[in-house]
Design a binder for this molecule. Structure first.
Ligand SMILES: Nc1nc2c(ncn2[C@@H]2O[C@H](COP(=O)(O)OP(=O)(O)OP(=O)(O)O)[C@@H](O)[C@H]2O)c(=O)[nH]1
Ligand SMILES: [Zn+2]
Length: 371
């Protein structure tokens, strides 16, 4: 492997398309109202379901010209609620009783305990492409994928954050394209003393992904490679609910044993839904849903990860061909689709325990994992 160039500080100004999405994410997370602008010039004023309370809902209503606030949820969540078909990506729910904070919470959050409020007569209709990107923004903000929207606008507030729906749609791929190496250091690991950690950051200063390079991989040959999605509970705390801790330590040991290779530590906690939502998914699993259905109950896809960041990191490491340590055929297909040749799939299986047996079984029977 050739020595890698480290770039510190902004290499070039981050594209406005990324900055506006970052600002919108921060605004939504603090409970603000964001204007999402569609291709057709239509505007959707947006508040996340998690931030809906009496004050924020009445503020949102001031933007509406005639229409009443509606709740935009994914087709998956609408289906769980018995409202609408899963084939619409996003569905608008309206209530004859109006959208109170209690109604929003009951519709958006399957983990709520206590008696369900009277929901009034609900109707569902396909949401506009712009409202669909408002839901996508909530996902990028790692919140529940549900937003309260008013589709017809009364203009903007002077300091309101605005974002183009098209920029939201392209955000994840655009940030992956701008990844660059920002720091690297030798970090001897137990059982793998010849290890280096390389940090990759996107141009907007967003969340870093890491590569752990062990030994000196020969990039002219397929490199033994593990793609590991971050798992705070399994990797750091040794949670027995999943197999991540074993897979992380096992991959480092196996690469060290082979002499060289790379582990990409990807910031994709909870298969891309974030830690807070993963904890919600665990609560639902304790109520009897399996790992995939828990995601669907929350309104997510069963797996929200994308693999452009991994492919881009491998390219920056000059690695074009890998021996991929995984049981997940989707990772093989996705890396190949993004230009990395998977010369071989290397099984990465660890013994089950009494807490993760059902989880691993679900991955085998429903996600196509090869155990
Ligand atoms: N949403 C959700 N995420 C989970 C759950 N259990 C573990 N995870 C996450 O799932 C991811 C597991 O990642 P990986 O081990 O890289 O992926 P994998 O799809 O199992 O594929 P291989 O391990 O490569 O076979 C981590 O991000 C975990 O945080 C769960 O019950 N729900
Ligand atoms: Zn895990």
């Amino acid at each position: 492997m050739r020595p890698l160039q480290t770039t510190s500080g902004p290499q070039m100004p981050a594209p406005e398309t990324l900055i506006s999405v970052d600002r919108a994410i921060a605004e939504l997370r603090r409970g603000g109202i964001v204007a999402v602008q569609g291709k057709d010039g239509g505007v959707v004023h947006t508040l996340t379901a998690e931030a809906a309370n009496a004050d924020s809902l009445s503020m949102l209503a001031t933007f509406a010209a005639g229409t009443r606030p509606a709740l935009a949820v994914t087709g998956r969540r609408a289906r769980v609620l018995g409202l609408g078909a899963e084939d619409s990506a996003v569905v608008l729910l309206t209530s004859l009783g109006g959208m109170t904070a209690e109604t929003v919470a009951a519709l958006a959050d399957p983990c709520l305990s206590g008696p369900r409020p009277e929901l009034g007569v609900l109707s569902a209709s396909p949401a506009s492409a712009t409202a669909a990107q408002a839901v996508a923004l909530a996902k990028l903000a790692r919140l529940l994928p549900a937003v309260v929207v008013v589709e017809a606008g009364n203009g903007f507030a002077a300091d309101q954050i605005r974002v183009a729906a098209a920029d939201v749609a392209a955000y994840q791929v655009n940030t992956a394209r701008t990844l660059r190496v920002v720091s690297q250091a030798r970090v001897p690991l137990a059982g793998a003393e010849q290890a280096r950690i390389i940090a990759f950051r996107p141009a907007d200063g967003g969340i870093e992904h890491l590569a752990i390079v062990i030994g000196e991989p020969d990039v002219e040959q397929p490199v033994l490679t593990r793609l590991h999605s971050e798992c705070f509970t399994g990797d750091l705390l040794g949670s027995l609910r999943c197999d991540c801790g074993d897979q992380l330590k096992g991959a480092i040991a196996e690469i060290a044993q082979a002499g060289s290779g790379v582990l990409l530590y990807l910031a994709q906690e909870g298969r891309g839904i974030g830690l807070v939502n993963k904890l919600r998914a665990y609560q639902l699993q304790d109520d009897g849903f399996d790992t995939l259905d828990a995601n669907l109950q929350l309104g997510f896809d069963d797996d929200e990860r994308i693999y452009q960041p991994a492919a881009q990191m491998l390219r920056l490491l000059d690695i074009g061909s890998v021996r991929l340590m995984t049981n997940n055929p989707l990772k093989v297909g996705q890396l190949s689709a993004h230009g990395i040749r998977v010369a071989e799939r290397v099984p990465h299986i660890f013994p089950a325990n009494e807490h993760n047996r059902f989880y691993l079984n679900t991955k085998a029977t429903r996600s196509g994992h090869l155990f």
